[in-house]
Ligand binder design. Sequence first.
Ligand SMILES: [Zn+2]
Length: 550
Amino acid sequence: MNIKRVINFSIFSFCLLLSAPVISQNQLERPKLVVGIVVDQMRWDYLYRFSNRYGNDGFKRLLNEGFSCENTMLNYVPSFTAIGHSSIYTGSVPSIHGIAGNEFIVQATGKSVYCTEDTAVYSVGYGDKKYKKGQMSPFNLKATTITDELKLATNFKSKVIGVSIKDRGAILPAGHAADAAYWFDGTSGYFITSSWYMKELPKWVVDFNNKKLPEQYLKKDWNTLYPIDTYTQSVSDNNNYEELYENSDNTQFPIKTSQLMKKNGYGLIAATPYGNSLTLDMAKEVIANEQMGEHQNTDFLAVSISSPDYIGHQFTVNSVKMEDNYLRLDKDLADFFAYLDGKIGKGNYVLYLTADHGASHNAQFLLDNKIPAGNWDEGAVRKELNQYLHQTFGVDDLVLSLSNYQVNFNYKKITKDIDKQKLIENCIDFFKKQSNVAYVVETAKAAEAAIPSVVKEKIINGYNRELCGEIQIILKPAWYSDSNLKGGTHGVWNPYDAHIPLVWMGWGIKHGKSNQEVYMTDIAPTVAALLHIQMPDGCIGKPILPVLGQ
Ligand SMILES: [Zn+2]
């Protein structure tokens, strides 16, 4: 071998050494199961607000054993459920993933679309094929999820299943390539699915449905877990801020769900903490019957706990109902974690708990306590805006909707005679005169607007050209689109809606916490880093290094 050949050979060997995968000597290690838990409308402060009465095995176990990202924020508007679930699992934002609201308007047609509606699929588990609550799929989600990426990374051998009371809470996290997503149908009291996933329910789901657990739970009525006078973190029960259940004339504990169920149906369970128990019962059934965590490849269970959102909307964030909901959820979670320890093995699964958004206090409650707030009557404002525009353009109903705090134009009425830019400027002038509007911007020009960069970024991330109105309205803090002064809501950029819990526990997670600001879109890339798989294809987030011990 001449000297040149020796050098070439050495370089070749060195390159081989460099390119040899690290895993050749040590098997690539992954957890047996990933469990993603999204608690719908869980404000970050609920981790602490009720903690004096949390046990050691639920929320406190997460904090004591796991890693808490204490300042996790949403980085888009509007802050609604479908977007939250999509953004957690895609690591992306509406501008890219295409879920621009729970409902959004296709600008080209003016048609309102529900996030997971899909008339190309049929209902499985209840109703005929055209049963609307079953005609659901992830079709409208235009980016991969971390669950899709796990499927792609393991040649589709990983099992991925989503479970939730809400269809969107099960479908969007489970992604496009999921084995199943099961959601609750209030009419039948069953967990159902669609033909996107399968032609008929597995026998174990039919058996689970036949146990009629919703009825069993609701028969127990809903009373407080502890004597009601010990609920010191809430305003007094049966107050004026609470919305009545249908067919009920007060909101006083105990709530006679056994009676109300007869008139209101099984859907009632969604607005009680029994909805949490039912969801986790179903999650356990999925683990047991689908052998989750027992396959050669990592499996993924995506669970969304929807009832806190229903309870928040109806009774507000600092009601005795909400306090009781979290005390009960704490026990349910403790039980679920113990189940995972027994079935999968402590340290063999990684779990994260987060939320799709937070929530505000009831506006009237804030006003009664001298804090600025208010309700913005979207329907009345739209009517007034259309009258204002009529004066200049002589055309009725130029604005179709103000949903999602956006001006959605009625493009069929915008003929060549109408100067579009003048129309936009007229709308902006109208909103600038409204005392409850903080900012109003032409969304495509948001980058140049004189507004705080945090708000600006959220507007830009939330803006999907095909699915969002051309003007974004930002109300003053604690102002909401809601014509009703009862109950609570969410949907805006402000910290009460944008600040969510994010706690990790289990395989690969060291104990600790960080107050560094991170974003909802960082969750998926952090899971990707833990599993050594690709980030979702629209991901804009970054792995959260302290969670990875870096
Ligand atoms: Zn909600």
